[in-house]
Design a protein. Structure first.
Length: 320
Protein backbone atom coordinates (compact mmCIF):
# COMPACT_ATOMS: atom_id res chain seq x y z
CA UNK A 1 0.00 0.00 0.00
CA UNK A 2 1.25 3.50 -0.80
CA UNK A 3 1.13 6.08 1.96
CA UNK A 4 -0.35 9.29 0.58
CA UNK A 5 2.66 11.51 -0.13
CA UNK A 6 4.17 13.08 -3.20
CA UNK A 7 7.03 10.56 -3.11
CA UNK A 8 6.35 7.60 -5.40
CA UNK A 9 9.13 5.58 -3.79
CA UNK A 10 7.32 5.14 -0.44
CA UNK A 11 5.25 2.01 0.22
CA UNK A 12 3.78 0.21 3.24
CA UNK A 13 3.58 -3.57 3.51
CA UNK A 14 3.36 -6.26 6.20
CA UNK A 15 6.51 -7.09 8.14
CA UNK A 16 8.22 -10.13 6.62
CA UNK A 17 10.98 -12.57 7.49
CA UNK A 18 13.61 -10.63 5.55
CA UNK A 19 12.86 -7.49 7.58
CA UNK A 20 14.39 -8.73 10.85
CA UNK A 21 17.94 -7.69 10.03
CA UNK A 22 17.18 -4.19 8.66
CA UNK A 23 14.70 -3.56 11.47
CA UNK A 24 17.34 -4.55 14.05
CA UNK A 25 19.61 -1.93 12.47
CA UNK A 26 16.84 0.68 12.61
CA UNK A 27 15.95 -0.19 16.21
CA UNK A 28 19.57 0.14 17.34
CA UNK A 29 19.95 3.40 15.44
CA UNK A 30 16.98 4.79 17.38
CA UNK A 31 18.04 3.15 20.69
CA UNK A 32 21.86 3.24 20.73
CA UNK A 33 21.96 3.11 24.54
CA UNK A 34 19.70 0.04 24.81
CA UNK A 35 20.44 -2.04 21.69
CA UNK A 36 18.89 -5.45 20.97
CA UNK A 37 20.20 -8.37 18.98
CA UNK A 38 18.35 -9.76 15.98
CA UNK A 39 17.87 -12.98 17.98
CA UNK A 40 16.13 -11.09 20.80
CA UNK A 41 13.87 -9.26 18.35
CA UNK A 42 12.98 -12.46 16.52
CA UNK A 43 12.10 -14.19 19.79
CA UNK A 44 9.89 -11.29 20.88
CA UNK A 45 7.84 -11.29 17.68
CA UNK A 46 7.66 -15.06 17.37
CA UNK A 47 6.29 -15.46 20.90
CA UNK A 48 3.84 -12.53 20.69
CA UNK A 49 2.07 -13.35 17.43
CA UNK A 50 -1.31 -13.82 19.12
CA UNK A 51 -1.10 -10.35 20.70
CA UNK A 52 -0.01 -8.37 17.62
CA UNK A 53 -2.58 -6.24 15.76
CA UNK A 54 -0.38 -4.25 13.36
CA UNK A 55 3.15 -4.97 12.17
CA UNK A 56 4.02 -3.10 8.97
CA UNK A 57 7.12 -1.54 7.46
CA UNK A 58 7.54 1.57 5.36
CA UNK A 59 10.06 1.35 2.55
CA UNK A 60 11.70 4.07 0.53
CA UNK A 61 13.02 2.60 -2.71
CA UNK A 62 13.14 -0.85 -1.03
CA UNK A 63 14.99 0.48 2.04
CA UNK A 64 13.23 0.04 5.39
CA UNK A 65 12.83 3.48 6.99
CA UNK A 66 9.99 2.93 9.46
CA UNK A 67 7.98 0.27 11.24
CA UNK A 68 4.45 0.60 12.61
CA UNK A 69 3.60 -1.73 15.46
CA UNK A 70 0.59 -2.32 17.71
CA UNK A 71 -0.10 -5.11 20.18
CA UNK A 72 -2.14 -5.83 23.26
CA UNK A 73 -0.53 -4.06 26.19
CA UNK A 74 0.68 -6.13 29.13
CA UNK A 75 -1.47 -4.18 31.59
CA UNK A 76 -4.92 -4.30 30.04
CA UNK A 77 -6.87 -6.34 27.49
CA UNK A 78 -8.54 -3.30 25.91
CA UNK A 79 -5.33 -1.26 25.95
CA UNK A 80 -3.08 -1.27 22.90
CA UNK A 81 0.62 -0.52 22.90
CA UNK A 82 1.77 1.34 19.82
CA UNK A 83 5.31 1.96 18.57
CA UNK A 84 6.49 4.16 15.72
CA UNK A 85 10.03 3.25 14.75
CA UNK A 86 11.07 6.10 12.44
CA UNK A 87 14.42 6.67 10.80
CA UNK A 88 15.48 10.08 12.17
CA UNK A 89 16.94 11.27 8.88
CA UNK A 90 14.34 9.89 6.48
CA UNK A 91 10.92 10.44 8.08
CA UNK A 92 9.62 14.01 8.11
CA UNK A 93 7.28 15.52 10.66
CA UNK A 94 4.42 15.45 8.14
CA UNK A 95 5.06 11.80 7.28
CA UNK A 96 5.23 10.87 10.97
CA UNK A 97 1.75 12.31 11.49
CA UNK A 98 0.36 10.41 8.48
CA UNK A 99 1.87 7.16 9.76
CA UNK A 100 0.48 7.72 13.25
CA UNK A 101 -3.07 8.27 12.01
CA UNK A 102 -2.80 5.35 9.61
CA UNK A 103 -1.82 3.11 12.54
CA UNK A 104 -4.49 4.37 14.93
CA UNK A 105 -7.22 4.06 12.29
CA UNK A 106 -6.53 0.33 12.21
CA UNK A 107 -7.23 -0.08 15.94
CA UNK A 108 -11.00 0.26 15.87
CA UNK A 109 -11.60 -1.93 18.96
CA UNK A 110 -9.02 -0.30 21.22
CA UNK A 111 -10.28 1.63 24.25
CA UNK A 112 -6.92 3.23 25.04
CA UNK A 113 -3.40 3.49 23.65
CA UNK A 114 -0.03 3.50 25.38
CA UNK A 115 3.41 4.34 24.04
CA UNK A 116 6.69 5.58 25.44
CA UNK A 117 9.30 8.21 24.65
CA UNK A 118 12.52 9.29 26.31
CA UNK A 119 12.26 12.62 28.08
CA UNK A 120 15.05 14.08 25.94
CA UNK A 121 13.19 13.21 22.72
CA UNK A 122 11.43 16.56 22.92
CA UNK A 123 10.03 16.58 19.37
CA UNK A 124 8.43 13.14 19.62
CA UNK A 125 7.23 13.85 23.15
CA UNK A 126 5.55 17.04 21.95
CA UNK A 127 4.00 15.17 19.03
CA UNK A 128 2.26 12.66 21.30
CA UNK A 129 1.11 15.37 23.69
CA UNK A 130 -0.43 17.14 20.69
CA UNK A 131 -2.31 13.90 19.97
CA UNK A 132 -3.86 14.13 23.48
CA UNK A 133 -1.64 11.56 25.19
CA UNK A 134 -1.00 12.15 28.90
CA UNK A 135 1.80 10.93 31.14
CA UNK A 136 1.11 7.64 32.90
CA UNK A 137 4.46 6.90 34.57
CA UNK A 138 8.23 7.26 34.27
CA UNK A 139 11.06 4.76 34.44
CA UNK A 140 14.81 5.10 34.37
CA UNK A 141 17.56 3.06 32.81
CA UNK A 142 20.45 3.38 35.25
CA UNK A 143 24.04 2.29 34.63
CA UNK A 144 26.81 1.06 36.91
CA UNK A 145 30.40 1.63 35.80
CA UNK A 146 32.14 -1.54 36.95
CA UNK A 147 35.63 -0.11 36.50
CA UNK A 148 35.23 1.99 39.64
CA UNK A 149 33.01 -0.27 41.75
CA UNK A 150 34.21 -1.24 45.23
CA UNK A 151 32.59 -4.28 46.87
CA UNK A 152 33.84 -3.84 50.45
CA UNK A 153 31.37 -1.16 51.62
CA UNK A 154 28.44 -3.48 50.90
CA UNK A 155 29.63 -6.80 52.37
CA UNK A 156 27.45 -6.17 55.42
CA UNK A 157 24.50 -7.32 53.32
CA UNK A 158 25.78 -10.89 53.09
CA UNK A 159 26.30 -11.03 56.86
CA UNK A 160 22.82 -9.69 57.52
CA UNK A 161 21.22 -12.15 55.10
CA UNK A 162 23.20 -15.05 56.53
CA UNK A 163 22.09 -14.12 60.07
CA UNK A 164 18.48 -14.30 58.80
CA UNK A 165 19.04 -17.86 57.55
CA UNK A 166 19.25 -16.96 53.87
CA UNK A 167 21.28 -18.94 51.35
CA UNK A 168 21.98 -18.13 47.70
CA UNK A 169 22.09 -20.22 44.53
CA UNK A 170 22.00 -19.64 40.80
CA UNK A 171 19.21 -21.05 38.67
CA UNK A 172 21.89 -23.13 36.94
CA UNK A 173 22.47 -24.97 40.25
CA UNK A 174 18.85 -26.20 40.26
CA UNK A 175 17.52 -29.08 38.14
CA UNK A 176 16.31 -27.82 34.76
CA UNK A 177 12.94 -29.54 34.95
CA UNK A 178 9.24 -28.83 35.23
CA UNK A 179 9.30 -28.78 39.04
CA UNK A 180 11.93 -26.02 39.08
CA UNK A 181 10.14 -24.06 36.39
CA UNK A 182 6.82 -24.26 38.18
CA UNK A 183 8.42 -23.19 41.46
CA UNK A 184 9.90 -20.15 39.71
CA UNK A 185 6.60 -19.39 37.96
CA UNK A 186 4.54 -19.63 41.14
CA UNK A 187 6.82 -17.35 43.16
CA UNK A 188 7.39 -14.82 40.38
CA UNK A 189 3.71 -14.50 39.44
CA UNK A 190 2.20 -14.73 42.93
CA UNK A 191 4.78 -12.89 45.03
CA UNK A 192 7.32 -10.94 42.99
CA UNK A 193 5.47 -9.33 40.08
CA UNK A 194 2.38 -8.22 42.06
CA UNK A 195 4.68 -6.46 44.54
CA UNK A 196 6.70 -4.53 41.94
CA UNK A 197 5.45 -0.92 42.10
CA UNK A 198 4.03 0.16 38.73
CA UNK A 199 1.35 2.62 37.66
CA UNK A 200 -1.04 -0.24 36.86
CA UNK A 201 -0.86 -4.00 37.55
CA UNK A 202 0.55 -6.34 34.93
CA UNK A 203 -1.37 -9.16 33.30
CA UNK A 204 0.03 -12.53 34.39
CA UNK A 205 0.75 -14.93 31.54
CA UNK A 206 -0.39 -18.56 31.73
CA UNK A 207 2.42 -20.99 32.56
CA UNK A 208 2.99 -22.30 29.02
CA UNK A 209 3.10 -18.75 27.64
CA UNK A 210 5.52 -17.74 30.42
CA UNK A 211 7.83 -20.62 29.57
CA UNK A 212 8.05 -19.47 25.97
CA UNK A 213 8.14 -15.71 26.42
CA UNK A 214 10.09 -15.40 29.66
CA UNK A 215 12.12 -18.50 30.44
CA UNK A 216 12.91 -19.00 26.76
CA UNK A 217 14.37 -15.54 26.16
CA UNK A 218 17.65 -15.98 24.25
CA UNK A 219 19.48 -13.42 26.38
CA UNK A 220 18.53 -15.16 29.64
CA UNK A 221 21.37 -17.12 31.27
CA UNK A 222 20.63 -19.48 34.22
CA UNK A 223 24.18 -18.94 35.49
CA UNK A 224 23.42 -15.26 36.07
CA UNK A 225 20.00 -15.69 37.66
CA UNK A 226 20.60 -15.37 41.40
CA UNK A 227 18.11 -16.82 43.87
CA UNK A 228 17.70 -16.36 47.63
CA UNK A 229 16.24 -19.18 49.75
CA UNK A 230 15.04 -19.57 53.31
CA UNK A 231 15.50 -23.34 53.51
CA UNK A 232 13.44 -24.52 50.49
CA UNK A 233 11.39 -21.34 50.09
CA UNK A 234 12.36 -19.01 47.25
CA UNK A 235 12.28 -15.53 48.78
CA UNK A 236 14.22 -13.35 46.34
CA UNK A 237 15.82 -13.18 42.92
CA UNK A 238 17.85 -10.95 40.64
CA UNK A 239 18.63 -11.63 36.99
CA UNK A 240 21.41 -10.51 34.68
CA UNK A 241 20.77 -10.82 30.96
CA UNK A 242 23.24 -10.87 28.11
CA UNK A 243 23.36 -7.73 26.01
CA UNK A 244 23.92 -6.98 22.36
CA UNK A 245 27.17 -5.38 23.52
CA UNK A 246 29.41 -8.11 24.91
CA UNK A 247 30.94 -5.91 27.63
CA UNK A 248 27.55 -4.84 28.99
CA UNK A 249 24.92 -6.76 30.93
CA UNK A 250 21.36 -5.77 31.78
CA UNK A 251 19.27 -6.53 34.83
CA UNK A 252 15.97 -8.38 34.55
CA UNK A 253 13.58 -8.90 37.45
CA UNK A 254 14.90 -8.10 40.93
CA UNK A 255 12.49 -8.74 43.80
CA UNK A 256 12.22 -9.98 47.38
CA UNK A 257 9.12 -11.32 49.12
CA UNK A 258 7.58 -8.61 51.27
CA UNK A 259 8.01 -10.51 54.56
CA UNK A 260 11.75 -10.94 53.89
CA UNK A 261 12.65 -7.36 53.10
CA UNK A 262 15.19 -5.29 55.07
CA UNK A 263 17.33 -8.37 55.71
CA UNK A 264 20.09 -7.54 53.24
CA UNK A 265 18.71 -9.92 50.62
CA UNK A 266 18.16 -7.51 47.74
CA UNK A 267 21.58 -5.91 48.21
CA UNK A 268 23.22 -9.36 48.40
CA UNK A 269 21.53 -10.45 45.19
CA UNK A 270 22.70 -7.28 43.45
CA UNK A 271 26.26 -7.88 44.69
CA UNK A 272 26.23 -11.45 43.40
CA UNK A 273 25.28 -10.07 40.00
CA UNK A 274 28.04 -7.48 40.14
CA UNK A 275 30.61 -10.12 41.13
CA UNK A 276 29.50 -12.28 38.21
CA UNK A 277 29.76 -9.33 35.82
CA UNK A 278 33.28 -8.56 37.05
CA UNK A 279 34.30 -12.20 36.55
CA UNK A 280 33.00 -11.94 32.97
CA UNK A 281 35.10 -8.77 32.51
CA UNK A 282 31.97 -6.74 31.81
CA UNK A 283 32.28 -2.97 31.90
CA UNK A 284 28.71 -1.98 32.74
CA UNK A 285 25.42 -3.19 34.15
CA UNK A 286 22.20 -1.46 33.11
CA UNK A 287 18.93 -1.73 35.00
CA UNK A 288 15.43 -0.26 34.64
CA UNK A 289 13.24 0.92 37.52
CA UNK A 290 9.84 2.58 37.63
CA UNK A 291 9.82 5.97 39.31
CA UNK A 292 7.45 4.66 42.00
CA UNK A 293 9.80 1.80 42.92
CA UNK A 294 11.68 3.84 45.51
CA UNK A 295 13.08 0.84 47.48
CA UNK A 296 14.92 -0.59 44.45
CA UNK A 297 15.94 2.84 43.22
CA UNK A 298 17.50 3.50 46.63
CA UNK A 299 19.53 0.28 46.46
CA UNK A 300 20.76 1.07 42.96
CA UNK A 301 21.64 4.64 43.92
CA UNK A 302 23.62 3.38 46.92
CA UNK A 303 25.55 1.00 44.64
CA UNK A 304 26.44 3.86 42.32
CA UNK A 305 24.04 3.39 39.40
CA UNK A 306 23.62 6.62 37.40
CA UNK A 307 20.31 7.41 35.70
CA UNK A 308 19.83 8.03 31.98
CA UNK A 309 17.05 10.43 30.93
CA UNK A 310 13.70 8.96 31.97
CA UNK A 311 11.42 6.90 29.74
CA UNK A 312 7.95 8.43 29.83
CA UNK A 313 4.97 6.12 29.36
CA UNK A 314 2.06 7.93 27.76
CA UNK A 315 -1.61 7.00 27.57
CA UNK A 316 -4.52 8.15 25.43
CA UNK A 317 -8.15 7.22 26.17
CA UNK A 318 -10.14 6.71 22.99
CA UNK A 319 -13.61 6.54 24.56
CA UNK A 320 -13.65 10.02 26.10
Amino acid sequence: MRIMTSRETLSLRPFAEQDHAPFTQLYNLIHPDTPMSEEEIRHFYQTRQSDIYVNEVLEDADKLIAKLFAMQADDGESRVRIDLYLHPDKVSEALREKLYHYLVDKLVLAESLVTRVREDWSELHSFFLAQKFVELERAWVSRLDLSTFQTEPFLWAFEKAKAAGISFKTQAALPSNDATHRMLYKTITEDFLPAVPTAEPLNIWPYEVWLERYLGRPERNPESVFLAFNEDELVGMSELYRSQEITKLKTGLSAVKETYRRKGIAMSLKLLGIQYALEQQAEEIATTNHSVNRPMLSINEALGFVKDPAWIRLKKDLLT
